[in-house]
Write a protein that binds this ligand. Structure first.
Ligand code: GUN
Ligand code: ZN
Length: 435
């Protein structure tokens, strides 16, 4: 027998992209809303005055001084790097060699992988993150560990085995054939298994031979509805290295495109230094960029210009992402904070409403999941985060001077973090509640 439950508070969600449409057509805000959930889905959402009379004895949990938003989606994150977040020193390539490729070797052990997966998902729930697109390691058991942990919570998770067969320690290398065989077996095991989806995951051009890229491209063709993820144009030295490794490719994007790896449901981390030609290819193919601002600052990679990508003549889809462990926070609020600063460095800021759009429906659209997650309306999966608007003394004080919704949201995205998450709901179940 199904049972309805409901929560009450202010509510914010989006119907369209405000980078391309008038904000009034895009946002839906209710100062006193009720969201009713049943069988993992949202069945009603709207003004409390309208929904209350229809509820009968459905229990309603009320959150005061809070706003209900779609659960945050992290569109690019490395769960094996949980243990090495905040590793000091240097830019991308040294950081990979000195820390990342050491930490990832531990994931040959399924027990270790399971332990980290549990810590990782718990921390996501503490931060209101209800869905994510995850890099595992080359070890298939590290992929099983993450999907198994997510399945315990009925969490919508997208993940894949990292493929790499060069320029990393021998313990972390597979081959073209193994990358193909192991990824295919994992697709057959996990893709569309419950709320899981598989992501074909060549790490990046420097760690995959042309033979491996061929194999991964063939796999992507065989399974056209899987996601694809990789890294592109993160760091200027990396871009120069790719040019050396692939002299025949027009540029970094072309090095992927020629294997058929740019398409709908392909999402590439960073993309900071992409040229106009490359942005055109992203736009035409439907591939998306995962914007990872805390990571981009931490590794000194640069500042993505969101507004440049959001050009109506050649729009590129953008998801927000932590890119942990180069990213320095699990918090999407803190990610929005750093994204704003990156936009400022480009002289191209956007409003807090735009930022909340990016963190919810925008990211779902980048992943082609906006029919399931990323907004609050009947039929959507009941993944929600409740933000306490007065989570610290200084936020409480600052809020007294807030004059508009835009200002309230800007205060939250600038000052708030995990402490602001009052509750997290996954498929209609409370998976985290602040003490
Ligand atoms: N490029 C290739 N691998 C990685 C990684 O693990 N983190 C980041 N930030 N960039 C990468
Ligand atoms: Zn990454």
């Amino acid at each position: 027998m199904s049972t309805k439950t409901a929560i009450r508070g202010a509510m914010l969600t989006f119907k369209k992209d405000p980078f391309f449409h008038d904000m009034s057509e895009c946002m839906v805000y209710e100062s006193d809303a009720i969201v009713v959930m049943e069988d993992g889905k949202i069945v009603q959402a709207g003004a409390a005055s309208q929904i209350l009379p229809t509820l009968g004895d459905v229990p309603v949990k009320a959150y005061t001084d809070s706003i209900i938003v779609p659960g945050f989606i992290d569109s690019h994150v490395h769960y094996p790097q949980t243990e090495m977040i905040a590793a000091y020193g240097e830019q991308l390539i040294d950081w990979l060699n000195n820390y990342t490729f050491i930490a990832e070797q531990g994931f040959a052990s399924k027990d270790h992988a399971a332990e980290v997966a549990e810590v990782f998902i718990k921390e996501q729930f503490r931060n209101g993150v209800t869905s994510s697109t995850v890099y595992c390691t080359i070890f298939p058991q590290s992929v099983d560990a993450l999907f198994e942990e997510a399945a315990k919570h009925n969490m919508r998770v997208m993940a894949g085995k990292v493929c790499m067969d060069r320029n990393a320690p021998p313990e972390l290398l597979d081959t073209a054939q193994r990358a193909y065989d192991e990824s295919k077996a994992l697709i057959q095991k996990w893709h569309k298994n419950g709320r899981a989806e598989y992501v074909i995951t060549p790490r990046f051009i420097p760690t995959s031979t042309p033979e491996q890229m061929e194999a991964v491209g063939a796999l992507a063709m065989e399974f056209p509805d899987t996601l694809i993820q990789s890294h592109v144009s993160e760091n200027v030295n990396e871009v120069a290295w790719v040019k050396e490794l692939c002299p025949e490719a027009q540029d970094y994007t072309d090095a992927y495109a020629k294997y058929g790896l740019l398409r709908d449901r392909a999402i590439y981390g960073h993309g900071i230094h992409l040229t106009e030609r490359e942005l055109n290819v992203f736009s035409e193919t439907g591939a998306a960029i995962a914007h990872c601002p805390t990571s981009n600052f931490f590794l000194g990679s640069g500042c993505l210009n969101v507004k440049k990508l959001k050009n109506a003549d050649r729009p590129v889809r953008i998801g927000l992402a932590t890119d942990l462990g180069a990213g320095t926070s699990f918090s999407i609020l803190q990610t929005m904070n750093e994204a704003y600063k990156a936009a400022q460095m480009n002289n191209a800021p956007y409003s807090s409403l735009h930022a909340f759009y990016l963190a919810s429906r925008g990211t779902a659209e980048a992943l082609r999941l906006s029919d399931k997650i990323g907004s609050i309306e009947p039929g959507m999966e009941a993944d929600l985060a409740v933000i306490n608007l007065k989570s610290t003394p200084i936020i409480d004080y600052r809020m007294r001077y807030a004059k508009s919704l835009e200002e309230v949201l800007f205060i939250q995205m600038t000052l708030a973090d995990d402490r602001a998450i009052a509750a997290t709901y996954v498929a209609g179940k409370e998976v985290y509640a602040a003490q």
